[in-house]
Design a binder for this molecule. Structure first.
Ligand SMILES: Nc1ncnc2c1ncn2[C@@H]1O[C@H](COP(=O)(O)OP(=O)(O)O)[C@@H](O)[C@H]1O
Ligand SMILES: [Mg+2]
Length: 246
């Protein structure tokens, strides 16, 4: 009987602990949300565990640019950190302290297919030996994507600051060749390539494929040159030479 009571006490303590932790967590994030609302007035909170994705995407019931906090389908709250960027279908934010993860949420005009494609392309990129940000979760019905955060400067930032190093051009040429061999139409927006100092290569952070109509001939090469080198003609030329070298 005594043993029974002790077990019951332990169980009670354990559940109290869980409750305290979760309410502390929620309270902290909701407090941040309330503060953000006070400051901005027009900012929003998105609850993926309450809303069905098809009900609120594409009908402008929310604008992903105004979201300051989210609750994922797993029930976890996140205050959104730095906005990493946005494109046609999504907006990407840092989540967790130190930006450990990147969360991509749909914006108006979103097509579920774009998120499905990103998830499907992950293994294709891996098979081709192209390093891309690992997708860790896509939520039920592809409501959002959680990717590993890749620290570093994007090719776009490197271009704005000046020129690529020879090593960087070599890495781009290697990625180009791998993509060509495996017939993968990478989206060569320079903001999609992050230079990792750690592994000394560019890591693709957007798995979406674009430009299939270009095929894999000269037109595609030209596209890469235009997108990734802008006005640095000599560097674009170097890139083309490296590709011809095989
Ligand atoms: N995992 C990540 N790590 C670092 N930066 C990222 C990551 N994911 C996205 N970004 C940045 O955010 C931008 C927008 O994300 P992206 O997935 O390309 O959106 P879209 O599909 O709408 O183009 C990217 O161009 C990149 O600069
Ligand atoms: Mg992109």
């Amino acid at each position: 009987m005594k043993k029974h009571k002790l077990l019951l006490c332990l169980l009670l303590l354990f559940s109290l602990q869980i409750f305290a932790n979760s309410s502390k967590h929620c309270a902290k994030d909701l407090h941040a949300l309330a503060k953000a609302r006070r400051m901005g007035g027009h900012l929003d909170y998105l609850d993926f565990s309450q809303l069905h994705i098809s009900n609120h995407i594409g009908n402008d019931r929310y604008d992903a640019h105004r979201i300051v906090a989210v609750r994922l389908q797993t029930g976890v709250y996140y205050k959104l950190g730095k906005k990493l960027g946005y494109g046609r279908y999504g907006v990407v934010y840092c989540i967790e302290v130190g930006c450990k993860l990147a969360l991509k949420i749909p914006k108006s005009g979103y097509r579920v297919h774009s998120f499905i494609e990103e998830v499907k392309n992950g293994p294709l990129l891996k098979r081709a030996g192209i390093t891309s940000a690992h997708i860790l979760d896509h939520g039920y019905n592809y409501a959002y994507l959680i990717k590993e955060y890749v620290p570093g400067k994007t090719a776009k930032e490197l271009l704005t600051e000046g020129r690529y190093t020879d090593q960087q051009i070599r890495e781009l040429a290697t990625i180009y060749k791998k993509a060509k061999t495996h017939q993968l139409s990478l989206d060569v927006n320079p903001a999609n390539f992050v230079w990792s100092e750690e592994v000394q290569t560019f890591i693709l952070v957007d798995n979406f494929f674009r430009g299939r109509e270009l095929g894999f001939g000269d037109k595609r090469l030209q596209w890469w040159q235009n997108e990734l080198f802008y006005h640095n003609q000599d560097q674009a030329q170097r890139f083309a030479e490296l590709i011809k070298e095989g």
